[in-house]
Design a protein around this ligand. Structure first.
Ligand SMILES: [Zn+2]
Length: 100
């Protein structure tokens, strides 16, 4: 279960809620719908930040290839291999995320 998939699922849920609200309330339903959408995206971002270790070297910082990591384990996004350090030893990909 990756968090991108989870986020997509949440976006789908909030879209569905928006559609239902606009269906029942007409165009006025778009106001609470936008509120719910903003709340969910804010909540998801907060959750994702917490999962990434709150501004450490991980997550997107790690994906952008910022040098070698310390004692942090990474999971290769390309092949799923777990490793320490800069690039995946199995496939050489620098696309990685922090493993908890
Ligand atoms: Zn790999």
């Amino acid at each position: 279960m990756n968090w991108i998939g989870q986020q997509m699922a949440w976006i789908m849920v909030s879209l569905a809620i928006s559609l239902v609200l606009t269906y029942f309330l007409g165009w006025y339903g778009i106001i609470p719908a936008i509120g719910i959408f903003l709340f969910i995206s804010y909540y998801m971002r907060k959750r994702a930040m917490a999962r990434m270790g709150m501004g450490g070297g991980g997550g997107f910082g790690g994906m952008l290839g910022g040098g070698g990591g310390g004692g942090v384990n990474y999971v290769c996004i390309a092949c799923g291999h777990r490793f320490k350090g800069g690039a995946c030893p199995r496939c050489g990909s620098k696309m990685r995320r922090v493993d908890f």
